[in-house]
Design a protein around this ligand. Structure first.
Ligand SMILES: [Zn+2]
Ligand SMILES: [Zn+2]
Length: 351
C-alpha cells in the first residue's frame, strides 16, 4: 500500500510507492521495434486493462470491447489507491497518510502509432472532453482536493508505454506548486483587483514577441520567465479558474491551439520528449470555489536535465530566451499535413 509522507520542514508531500517498482516498462525499446499487438492500450486488448471508467464509443459497442475512440481506465500499477483514509497521522515529528488517490490513464486513440498532435482536431477535442469529464467526476469524491491531468511523452519524459496516452491523478491535498500559484494570484488580486494572467495575456498579445499561436479563445506563448528551452503555456483568453468549467464552444479552439503548439514544437525540435501539465484551481476547498486562479497548460520539452544547481536552489538556468523560442516556433510551418501524420518530417522553416 502506498503512503503519503510529509517533509517535516517543507509543505511538500512525497508518495512512497514500493509496488511501482514492479511496473512493466518499455524503456530502451526503440519505437520501431515495439509491436502494437504487445501493447495493452491498443484496441482489441481491452481485457488487459482494468475496467473502463469512461469511454467514447460507438452506440452499439459494449463496454471494455472495441469500438471506442477515447477510453479511460484505472492505472494497472497505480501510484495511489482509491481505498484508505485521508486524515493525517503522526509518528513523532513526522506526518503521514494512507496512499489515497485516484490514478487513471486516458487512452487518446485506439491507434498505437499516432501521437496526440497527429490526431485530427476533432479527436484532440475528444481527449480534452475526457480530461474535463473525468475531472468533474473525480471531484465528487470530496476527499480529493486536486486533480492533476498530465502527459509524459517519450522515455526521457517518464513515459513507460508508448501508446498515445495521458494520465490523471487525484490527490487528497493541494500540491505545493499550486499553493504557491494560489498565493501569487490572490496577492496580485488583492493589490490590483485583477488577475495576473489576464494582465499577462493582454500585454503579451500587444507585444506579440512571445506569442506562438493566437486562437479565438486560447493563446499559446513562451512565458517571460521560462524555466526550460521552448517551454510553452496555453491559456484561455477569458478568465476561468477551473478547467472543469471549460465550455463546449471553447473545446474546438483549445484542440486547435494545443495541437498546433505541439506540432510546431515537435517539428522545430524533432519530436522531443516532453511533459505537459494542466494547472487548475483545487477542488472541494473548505473556503469554497476559488476565483483568483486562471487555469492553463504548461508544456515542457525535455531538452536539458535538471541537475545540482536546480535541485539545490529551485532556480533554473534556461539557455534559450523565450523570445527566441517563440520566434522559432512561429516560423516553423508544417507544409505537408499528410506526411506529418505518417511521422515523416517534411518541414520548412523561415523567419
Ligand atoms: Zn498500443
Ligand atoms: Zn484571469
Amino acid at each position: 500500500m502506498p503512503e503519503w509522507r510529509k517533509d517535516p520542514i517543507l509543505e511538500r508531500w512525497v508518495v512512497i510507492a514500493a509496488e511501482r517498482g514492479k511496473r512493466p516498462s518499455d524503456f530502451k525499446v526503440p519505437r520501431e521495434d515495439r509491436k502494437g499487438h504487445e501493447c495493452p492500450l491498443c484496441e482489441h486488448r481491452e481485457a488487459e486493462t482494468p475496467a473502463e471508467v469512461l469511454a467514447y464509443r460507438e452506440k452499439e459497442s459494449e463496454s471494455n470491447r472495441p469500438g471506442w475512440w477515447v477510453r479511460v481506465v484505472s492505472n494497472k500499477f497505480p501510484a495511489l489507491h482509491i481505498e484508505g483514509r485521508s486524515d493525517v497521522g503522526k509518528q513523532g515529528v513526522y506526518q503521514l497518510m494512507d496512499g489515497v488517490g485516484a490514478h487513471e490513464v486516458v487512452i487518446e486513440t485506439p491507434d498505437h502509432r499516432k501521437s496526440l498532435e497527429s490526431l485530427n482536431e476533432y479527436q484532440v477535442g475528444e481527449v480534452i472532453r475526457a480530461w474535463r469529464d473525468r475531472s468533474l467526476d473525480l471531484r465528487r469524491d470530496t476527499r480529493f482536493k486536486y486533480i492533476q491531468v498530465f502527459k509524459n511523452y517519450g522515455n526521457a519524459a517518464g513515459a513507460s508505454l508508448e501508446h498515445p496516452h495521458s494520465q490523471i491523478i487525484a490527490t487528497p491535498m493541494v500540491p505545493a506548486y499550486i499553493m504557491e500559484k494560489m498565493g501569487g494570484f490572490t496577492e496580485y488580486a488583492r493589490k490590483t483587483g485583477s488577475c495576473i494572467l489576464c494582465g499577462i495575456i493582454q500585454q503579451e498579445l500587444r507585444d506579440s514577441k512571445r506569442v506562438v499561436i493566437e486562437g479565438k479563445n486560447f493563446v499559446s506563448l513562451t512565458p517571460f520567465a521560462s524555466r526550460f528551452p521552448f517551454e510553452t503555456w496555453i491559456l484561455p483568453r477569458e478568465h476561468q479558474a477551473d478547467y472543469g468549467h471549460i465550455r463546449e464552444e471553447q473545446v474546438g479552439d483549445l484542440a486547435f491551439v494545443l495541437r498546433s503548439t505541439l506540432k510546431k514544437t515537435s517539428a522545430a525540435l524533432g519530436q522531443p520528449p516532453y511533459n505537459m501539465v494542466l494547472v487548475t484551481a483545487p477542488v472541494n476547498l473548505a473556503s469554497g470555489e476559488l476565483v483568483h486562479f486562471h487555469w492553463h497548460i504548461e508544456i515542457m520539452p525535455r531538452l536539458t536535465t535538471a541537475a545540482g544547481f536546480e535541485l539545490g536552489t529551485g532556480f533554473y538556468i534556461n539557455p534559450t530566451p523565450p523570445e527566441v523560442a517563440a520566434s522559432e516556433l512561429r516560423g516553423t510551418v508544417i507544409l505537408c499535413e499528410e506526411a506529418f501524420n505518417n511521422n515523416i518530417e517534411v518541414v520548412e522553416k523561415y523567419v
